[in-house]
Structure formats: structure tokens, C-alpha cells
Design a protein around this ligand. Structure first.
Ligand code: ASP
Length: 443
């Protein structure tokens, strides 16, 4: 017998119907001993997420606007679930306590966390598991930074006392006892921390899709499912925007070498996607696959600086980074040649400060010329085996050339696990489709 941690996202716990599916899944496998839940999510298109309503309550409180009706919507949803599931957890008392606290204008994090708190109490009763609050177990320092090791120890000690338990995701607390949440979608992190602490055999992340797809289905028709992916590849892809799992959830699982299985509550028989360490690929079919996934996003700006003899000028790149630092702008990539260096930044980061940044570049770097490419899309083609094969780049560039996509920038990460191309925004979808069809037939 092993131990599985099963985290259920908002749509898997949105109402009585979904919770019944969730219970069936848990009952099917006695190894599923520790369950982490999100707050109830949307039940249908246009519905509200409980967490969004709670944030809205806080906004109203801060603006001295009435919030009772909004909170009542939250309360009604939980009460309907209590009736629906036929459990009795004295919800009214819990809701009254929260209402009392709301009158004292508590912190945003406290209010936002109550969705997970109430839901975990309900789900624990429905499953007949213990409820274990994460407030004293997930520990942050006074500045809000997660204390990994302290958390690990606290979770391990507490869970040793419970054969089976349900824990609320998304939050913990600071040393003064105040509730602190992760960023949005953070219940994934809670699940990973629990899985690490108890050295689970697998961390199952139950959601409403059957894992990751090789490309965005809004761009590519019926893309293939990614059956297995390494933690590192996933990092590369999620940074580019493929966001099923909170990216901070990867680290704790990876540290403890716990595989993460993304599964679909509405289609539990589907294998889903397995996220594993580099050394854990035992499927021979996986060995022949070059490209694991393709992800990208639009709206970047590339500033190409040219200066004769740049390579022998000390501190040039350092000064570029200094300027970006002054403006609090992150660079995404920094491809360079002997006398050129390009700075790739997201338009969101630059905002309306491009002209100011260019002025700084001119006066502090004195380049011979500056070229600016606006409205650039970046596409990352990721695969851990790319470096072992010859001709991968050639195939990618040929596919783009045949699709008549003009490549404006190329950057191959030094890990050789990804090739990043910059194309014009207008060519983005076409380029993704071309790359996908060049590599999807592998296996
Ligand atoms: N309920 C929180 C959110 O909506 C956290 C989570 O679901 O993971 O962001």
C-alpha cells in the first residue's frame, strides 16, 4: 500500500454533483488518504468563484459599501452543499464567526481563505475523514515568505496523527498567527507541500482537464495529450503560459521526487499527465519523442543594440541590466552576438516607458544603433531530448519557412531543452500550428 495526496481544484468541488464524483474517486483507491481542497469554483459558464466573491466582500468593506448580500451568496452556496450532501457540520456557527470577523475589517488574506476553510470542513464530513486546518501548519515568515522546512516538519508531525484527512488549500499563517495566502491558484502548492511532507508515492492534482496538451487547443485542433513530462520541461512551458498547475507547486514535489499526476475529475479513467524527474522515464515510446510541448505568448518588445567592439567593452551587459533594474523591468531573454545584444521584454512590463528606457540606453550605453521590434510573439518549443538529436532546429525553421513565417529572433536555451523563436504577433497562431505539425507525428 502506498500513500497518495489528492488535491481537488475549484471545479471538482463546485457543488454536490461534483463532490459526489470526488468522493467516488477517493473511495476507489484506499491509498488516497490525504485530500486538499480548493474553494468551490464555477458550476457553469458565467458563475462566480467563491474566492472571487470573498475578495469582492473585502473591496466593499474597504470602500465602506454594504457587503452583506455578497457574503450571503457565499453562505447560501455552502449551505446548499451541506444540505445536498446530507452532512451536518454546524455551518451556521462557522458563518456567524466569519460574519463577526468581517465587521472588524480583517485582512484580505483572512477573508479570501475562508472558502477553502469552509469547504474542507464540509468535504471532511462527507468523506468521514479528519479535518486538519493548515493555518498553523503552513508557515510563512513575518514578511510573507514561505518557510519550507518548518512547514515540512509541522505537516509531517500533524499528519502522523491522522490516518485520513482533508486539508484546506491556499493558506497558512505568519508567526503572529495571521492568515497568509499564496497567490491565486495556490491550493496546488498546499497539495505539493503535503505530498512532500508525507513522502507520498504520487501527488494527484484533480482538475477539469485531462492533463497537459502538446499545444493550446484554441490554436491547434485536437492537440495530443502529453502523457509524461519532466519537472524541468514543465517549468519551461508554464513560464510561457501553459497554466494548468501553479508553477510554485513544482518545486516541493520535485525536491521530494514525488511525481505529479494531473487528472480529470470528469473523466477519471483517463491517464492524465504524469510529471516526473528526469530519471523516471521508463516508457520506451517516450524515448523517441523529441518535442514535448509548444507554448508561447504575444506582446513582447525586442530592443537590439549594436556597438562596434561591444564584446571587448567591459560591463556592457551589466549596464543594460542596471537600467532595467532602475525601471523595475524584467528581461525575458538576452540573445547576443559579437557586437550586438537584444533585450526581450514583455510589453506588460514596459508599459508606457519604452521611450524613457531607450533614452537611457542611448545615453548610458552609447550604442552605434538601436533597433526596436514591437509586437513580437515568443514561442518555446520544449523537449528534454532535443539536444540529443541533430536536425531539430533545421526541421523547426523549415516548418516556419514553409508556412511563410518570418522569424525575427532565435534563442536556444543553454540547457538545449528549448528553442525560442520570436515572430510577429500576427504570425503567432500560424507559427504554432506549423511547429506542431512538424513534430506531432513523432513516437
Ligand atoms: N481558491 C483560490 C483561488 O481561486 C486558490 C485555489 O483555488 O487554488 O485562487
Amino acid at each position: 500500500m502506498g500513500i497518495k495526496v489528492a488535491k481537488f481544484g475549484g471545479s471538482s468541488v463546485a457543488d454536490g454533483i461534483q463532490l459526489t464524483k470526488t468522493r467516488q474517486i477517493i473511495e476507489q483507491d484506499p491509498d488516497r488518504r490525504y485530500v486538499v481542497v480548493s474553494a468551490p469554483g464555477k458550476r457553469f459558464e458565467g458563475d462566480n468563484k467563491i474566492t472571487d466573491l470573498l475578495y469582492l466582500c473585502k473591496t466593499h468593506i474597504d470602500h465602506n459599501l454594504p457587503y452583506d448580500q455578497i457574503f450571503q451568496v457565499v453562505a447560501d452556496r455552502f449551505m446548499a452543499v451541506e444540505v445536498n450532501l446530507g452532512v451536518d457540520v454546524d455551518l451556521l456557527t462557522h458563518l456567524d464567526t466569519i460574519r463577526d470577523n468581517l465587521r472588524r475589517n480583517p485582512s484580505t488574506d483572512y477573508i479570501a481563505s475562508r472558502g477553502e476553510f469552509l469547504n474542507a470542513i464540509l468535504v471532511a464530513a462527507f468523506l468521514g475523514f479528519d479535518f486538519v486546518d493548515t493555518a498553523p501548519l503552513i508557515k510563512f515568515d513575518s514578511r510573507g515568505k514561505l518557510l519550507m522546512e518548518e512547514t515540512d516538519e509541522a505537516l509531517r508531525d500533524e499528519l502522523a496523527k491522522h490516518e485520513r484527512a482533508v486539508l484546506p488549500g491556499f493558506y497558512g499563517s505568519t508567526p503572529d498567527g495571521k492568515i497568509k495566502t499564496f497567490s491565486r491558484g495556490g491550493s496546488d502548492i498546499t497539495g505539493a507541500l503535503v505530498a512532500r511532507a508525507i513522502k507520498a508515492d504520487v501527488y494527484e492534482n484533480w482538475t477539469d482537464v485531462s492533463g497537459f496538451l502538446m499545444a493550446d487547443p484554441r490554436i491547434v485542433k485536437n492537440p495530443k495529450q502529453i502523457k509524461t513530462i519532466s519537472y524541468k520541461e514543465l517549468r519551461e512551458l508554464s513560464y510561457m503560459g501553459a497554466g494548468v498547475l501553479h508553477e510554485d507547486a513544482i518545486y516541493p514535489a520535485r525536491m521530494a521526487n514525488v511525481p505529479i499526476n494531473i487528472k480529470n475529475t470528469n473523466d477519471p479513467a483517463d491517464h492524465g499527465t504524469m510529471i516526473v524527474g528526469e530519471a523516471d522515464f521508463d516508457d520506451p515510446a517516450e524515448k523517441s519523442r523529441i518535442v514535448t510541448g509548444i507554448a508561447g505568448s504575444k506582446d513582447f518588445t525586442v530592443v537590439a543594440l549594436y556597438k562596434n567592439m561591444m564584446s571587448s567593452e567591459r560591463g556592457f551587459v551589466r549596464r543594460i541590466l542596471g537600467i532595467l533594474d532602475d525601471y523595475n523591468i524584467n528581461f525575458e531573454h538576452l540573445p547576443s552576438g559579437i557586437d550586438t545584444v537584444s533585450v526581450v521584454m514583455s510589453n506588460k512590463d514596459i508599459g508606457d516607458r519604452l521611450d524613457d528606457v531607450l533614452d537611457e540606453f542611448r545615453s548610458r550605453l552609447r550604442p552605434d544603433s538601436i533597433d526596436v521590434l514591437e509586437d513580437i510573439a515568443l514561442i518555446a518549443t520544449v523537449g528534454r531530448r532535443m539536444s540529443l538529436r541533430s536536425g531539430v532546429a533545421a526541421r523547426l525553421f523549415t516548418a516556419l519557412a514553409e508556412a511563410k513565417v518570418n522569424i525575427r529572433m532565435i534563442d536556444q536555451g543553454s540547457s538545449e531543452m528549448n528553442i525560442i523563436v520570436g515572430v510577429e504577433n500576427k504570425d503567432f497562431e500560424k507559427a504554432v500550428r506549423a511547429i506542431y505539425s512538424a513534430f506531432s507525428e513523432e513516437e
